[in-house]
Design a protein around this ligand. Structure first.
Ligand code: SAM
Length: 204
Protein backbone atom coordinates (compact mmCIF):
# COMPACT_ATOMS: atom_id res chain seq x y z
CA UNK A 1 0.00 0.00 0.00
CA UNK A 2 1.35 3.46 -0.79
CA UNK A 3 2.42 5.40 2.28
CA UNK A 4 1.71 9.06 2.87
CA UNK A 5 4.48 11.50 3.77
CA UNK A 6 4.50 11.73 7.58
CA UNK A 7 3.65 15.24 8.86
CA UNK A 8 2.12 16.17 5.53
CA UNK A 9 1.46 19.77 6.51
CA UNK A 10 5.03 20.29 7.73
CA UNK A 11 6.34 18.78 4.52
CA UNK A 12 4.17 21.01 2.35
CA UNK A 13 5.41 24.11 4.16
CA UNK A 14 8.67 23.51 2.25
CA UNK A 15 6.83 24.28 -0.97
CA UNK A 16 5.66 27.77 -0.18
CA UNK A 17 6.57 29.80 -3.26
CA UNK A 18 9.27 32.46 -2.89
CA UNK A 19 8.26 36.12 -3.18
CA UNK A 20 9.88 39.53 -3.36
CA UNK A 21 10.59 42.01 -0.56
CA UNK A 22 7.37 44.01 -1.06
CA UNK A 23 5.11 40.95 -0.82
CA UNK A 24 7.04 39.76 2.26
CA UNK A 25 6.58 43.18 3.83
CA UNK A 26 2.82 43.09 3.11
CA UNK A 27 2.63 39.64 4.72
CA UNK A 28 4.38 40.95 7.87
CA UNK A 29 2.10 43.97 7.96
CA UNK A 30 -0.95 41.72 7.59
CA UNK A 31 0.18 39.51 10.48
CA UNK A 32 0.87 42.55 12.68
CA UNK A 33 -2.46 44.21 11.95
CA UNK A 34 -4.65 41.14 11.55
CA UNK A 35 -5.45 41.87 7.89
CA UNK A 36 -6.71 38.65 6.26
CA UNK A 37 -4.75 38.15 3.03
CA UNK A 38 -4.49 35.20 0.68
CA UNK A 39 -0.77 34.53 1.27
CA UNK A 40 1.82 33.13 -1.15
CA UNK A 41 0.24 29.75 -1.96
CA UNK A 42 -3.10 31.17 -3.07
CA UNK A 43 -1.25 34.11 -4.66
CA UNK A 44 0.76 31.74 -6.81
CA UNK A 45 -2.37 29.68 -7.51
CA UNK A 46 -4.20 32.77 -8.82
CA UNK A 47 -1.15 33.75 -10.85
CA UNK A 48 -0.91 30.33 -12.48
CA UNK A 49 -4.65 30.15 -13.22
CA UNK A 50 -4.74 33.64 -14.71
CA UNK A 51 -1.65 32.95 -16.82
CA UNK A 52 -2.88 29.53 -17.97
CA UNK A 53 -6.15 31.00 -19.21
CA UNK A 54 -4.39 34.10 -20.56
CA UNK A 55 -6.67 36.37 -18.57
CA UNK A 56 -6.43 39.98 -19.71
CA UNK A 57 -9.43 41.57 -18.00
CA UNK A 58 -9.49 40.72 -14.31
CA UNK A 59 -11.92 41.86 -11.63
CA UNK A 60 -11.10 41.57 -7.95
CA UNK A 61 -13.64 42.17 -5.19
CA UNK A 62 -11.88 42.98 -1.91
CA UNK A 63 -8.47 44.68 -2.23
CA UNK A 64 -7.26 45.28 1.35
CA UNK A 65 -3.60 46.39 1.03
CA UNK A 66 -3.30 45.13 -2.55
CA UNK A 67 -1.40 41.88 -1.93
CA UNK A 68 -3.60 39.66 -4.14
CA UNK A 69 -4.06 42.38 -6.77
CA UNK A 70 -0.26 42.47 -7.20
CA UNK A 71 -0.26 38.73 -7.99
CA UNK A 72 -3.10 39.20 -10.48
CA UNK A 73 -1.51 42.22 -12.13
CA UNK A 74 1.81 40.43 -12.52
CA UNK A 75 -0.06 37.52 -14.12
CA UNK A 76 -1.55 39.73 -16.85
CA UNK A 77 1.40 42.14 -17.24
CA UNK A 78 2.82 40.26 -20.26
CA UNK A 79 -0.52 40.52 -22.09
CA UNK A 80 -0.89 44.20 -21.17
CA UNK A 81 -4.02 43.24 -19.26
CA UNK A 82 -5.82 45.14 -16.54
CA UNK A 83 -7.04 44.47 -13.02
CA UNK A 84 -10.04 46.38 -11.66
CA UNK A 85 -10.20 45.99 -7.89
CA UNK A 86 -12.97 47.17 -5.54
CA UNK A 87 -12.47 48.15 -1.90
CA UNK A 88 -15.03 49.79 0.38
CA UNK A 89 -12.52 51.05 2.98
CA UNK A 90 -10.94 54.27 1.76
CA UNK A 91 -7.88 54.03 4.01
CA UNK A 92 -7.15 50.49 2.79
CA UNK A 93 -7.57 51.63 -0.81
CA UNK A 94 -5.00 54.40 -0.27
CA UNK A 95 -2.53 51.92 1.15
CA UNK A 96 -3.13 49.55 -1.77
CA UNK A 97 -2.59 52.36 -4.28
CA UNK A 98 0.75 53.21 -2.62
CA UNK A 99 1.74 49.54 -2.81
CA UNK A 100 0.85 49.35 -6.52
CA UNK A 101 3.20 52.32 -7.10
CA UNK A 102 5.91 50.68 -5.03
CA UNK A 103 5.92 47.62 -7.31
CA UNK A 104 5.49 49.70 -10.49
CA UNK A 105 2.05 48.28 -11.34
CA UNK A 106 -0.16 51.33 -10.91
CA UNK A 107 -0.70 51.44 -14.70
CA UNK A 108 -2.05 47.88 -14.62
CA UNK A 109 -4.48 48.22 -11.67
CA UNK A 110 -7.53 50.44 -11.30
CA UNK A 111 -8.72 50.63 -7.73
CA UNK A 112 -12.23 51.87 -7.02
CA UNK A 113 -13.39 52.84 -3.55
CA UNK A 114 -16.87 51.35 -3.56
CA UNK A 115 -19.15 48.78 -2.04
CA UNK A 116 -18.73 45.87 -4.44
CA UNK A 117 -22.39 44.87 -4.10
CA UNK A 118 -23.51 48.26 -5.42
CA UNK A 119 -20.66 48.85 -7.87
CA UNK A 120 -21.13 45.60 -9.81
CA UNK A 121 -24.73 46.49 -10.65
CA UNK A 122 -23.53 49.23 -13.02
CA UNK A 123 -20.35 47.58 -14.30
CA UNK A 124 -19.92 46.22 -17.79
CA UNK A 125 -17.86 43.19 -18.80
CA UNK A 126 -16.66 41.05 -20.19
CA UNK A 127 -14.03 39.94 -17.69
CA UNK A 128 -11.98 36.78 -18.13
CA UNK A 129 -11.39 36.18 -14.45
CA UNK A 130 -13.06 37.31 -11.21
CA UNK A 131 -11.53 36.90 -7.78
CA UNK A 132 -14.01 37.09 -4.88
CA UNK A 133 -12.61 38.10 -1.50
CA UNK A 134 -15.05 40.47 0.24
CA UNK A 135 -17.17 39.79 3.33
CA UNK A 136 -18.53 36.30 2.75
CA UNK A 137 -22.19 37.30 3.17
CA UNK A 138 -21.71 39.18 -0.09
CA UNK A 139 -20.73 36.17 -2.20
CA UNK A 140 -24.23 34.90 -2.96
CA UNK A 141 -25.70 38.30 -3.96
CA UNK A 142 -22.71 38.77 -6.28
CA UNK A 143 -23.15 35.49 -8.09
CA UNK A 144 -25.65 36.60 -10.75
CA UNK A 145 -23.56 39.73 -11.43
CA UNK A 146 -20.44 37.62 -11.83
CA UNK A 147 -22.30 35.54 -14.39
CA UNK A 148 -23.29 38.66 -16.34
CA UNK A 149 -19.80 40.18 -16.13
CA UNK A 150 -17.80 37.10 -17.11
CA UNK A 151 -17.26 35.90 -20.66
CA UNK A 152 -18.43 32.36 -21.47
CA UNK A 153 -15.80 30.02 -19.98
CA UNK A 154 -14.61 32.84 -17.73
CA UNK A 155 -13.51 31.83 -14.26
CA UNK A 156 -14.50 32.78 -10.72
CA UNK A 157 -12.15 31.97 -7.89
CA UNK A 158 -13.73 32.47 -4.46
CA UNK A 159 -11.55 32.54 -1.36
CA UNK A 160 -12.60 31.51 2.17
CA UNK A 161 -15.49 29.30 1.12
CA UNK A 162 -14.90 27.28 4.30
CA UNK A 163 -16.52 30.17 6.18
CA UNK A 164 -20.02 29.54 7.42
CA UNK A 165 -21.25 32.73 5.74
CA UNK A 166 -20.14 31.39 2.33
CA UNK A 167 -22.19 28.20 2.60
CA UNK A 168 -25.31 29.52 0.83
CA UNK A 169 -23.02 30.63 -2.01
CA UNK A 170 -21.35 27.18 -2.09
CA UNK A 171 -24.70 25.42 -2.36
CA UNK A 172 -26.14 27.79 -4.96
CA UNK A 173 -23.05 27.47 -7.13
CA UNK A 174 -22.91 23.69 -6.81
CA UNK A 175 -26.57 23.35 -7.82
CA UNK A 176 -26.59 25.89 -10.63
CA UNK A 177 -26.51 24.69 -14.26
CA UNK A 178 -24.92 28.06 -15.13
CA UNK A 179 -21.60 27.09 -13.54
CA UNK A 180 -19.22 24.15 -13.56
CA UNK A 181 -17.68 24.32 -10.10
CA UNK A 182 -15.24 22.59 -7.79
CA UNK A 183 -14.76 23.10 -4.05
CA UNK A 184 -11.31 22.37 -2.68
CA UNK A 185 -10.73 21.84 1.03
CA UNK A 186 -7.16 23.03 1.32
CA UNK A 187 -4.09 23.44 3.51
CA UNK A 188 -2.72 26.87 2.67
CA UNK A 189 0.39 28.01 4.59
CA UNK A 190 0.30 31.76 5.44
CA UNK A 191 -3.27 32.07 4.19
CA UNK A 192 -5.85 33.44 6.59
CA UNK A 193 -6.86 30.86 7.84
CA UNK A 194 -4.43 28.07 6.89
CA UNK A 195 -7.18 25.44 6.54
CA UNK A 196 -9.96 26.73 4.36
CA UNK A 197 -11.94 26.11 1.21
CA UNK A 198 -11.30 27.52 -2.24
CA UNK A 199 -13.83 27.41 -5.01
CA UNK A 200 -13.32 27.56 -8.77
CA UNK A 201 -16.25 27.95 -11.13
CA UNK A 202 -16.37 28.15 -14.88
CA UNK A 203 -19.16 30.21 -16.40
CA UNK A 204 -21.11 28.07 -18.85
C1 SAM B 1 -10.05 39.41 2.96
S1 SAM B 1 -9.73 41.10 2.69
C2 SAM B 1 -9.05 41.13 1.06
C3 SAM B 1 -7.65 40.61 1.01
C4 SAM B 1 -7.00 40.76 -0.34
N1 SAM B 1 -7.81 40.18 -1.40
C5 SAM B 1 -5.66 40.07 -0.32
O1 SAM B 1 -5.63 38.84 -0.23
O2 SAM B 1 -4.64 40.77 -0.39
C6 SAM B 1 -11.34 41.72 2.37
C7 SAM B 1 -11.37 43.18 1.99
O3 SAM B 1 -12.63 43.41 1.36
C8 SAM B 1 -13.17 44.62 1.80
N2 SAM B 1 -14.62 44.46 1.67
C9 SAM B 1 -15.47 43.72 2.44
N3 SAM B 1 -16.73 43.80 1.98
C10 SAM B 1 -16.69 44.63 0.91
C11 SAM B 1 -17.66 45.09 -0.01
N4 SAM B 1 -18.95 44.75 0.11
N5 SAM B 1 -17.26 45.90 -1.02
C12 SAM B 1 -15.96 46.24 -1.15
N6 SAM B 1 -14.99 45.84 -0.32
C13 SAM B 1 -15.34 45.03 0.69
C14 SAM B 1 -12.68 44.78 3.23
O4 SAM B 1 -12.66 46.15 3.59
C15 SAM B 1 -11.31 44.14 3.16
O5 SAM B 1 -10.30 45.10 2.93
Amino acid sequence: MSKMIPDLEGAFREFVPPRDAVLLELEQEARREGIPIIGPVVGQFLHILARAMQAKQILELGTATGYSAIYLARACEGLKGKVVTLEKDERMAKRAQANFKKVGLEHRIEIRVADALAEVTTMKGPFDFIFLDIDKEGYLPLLSHCHRLLKTEGLIVADNVGFHAANNFNRALFQSPQWKSVHLLSFLPYHSPEKDGLCLALRT
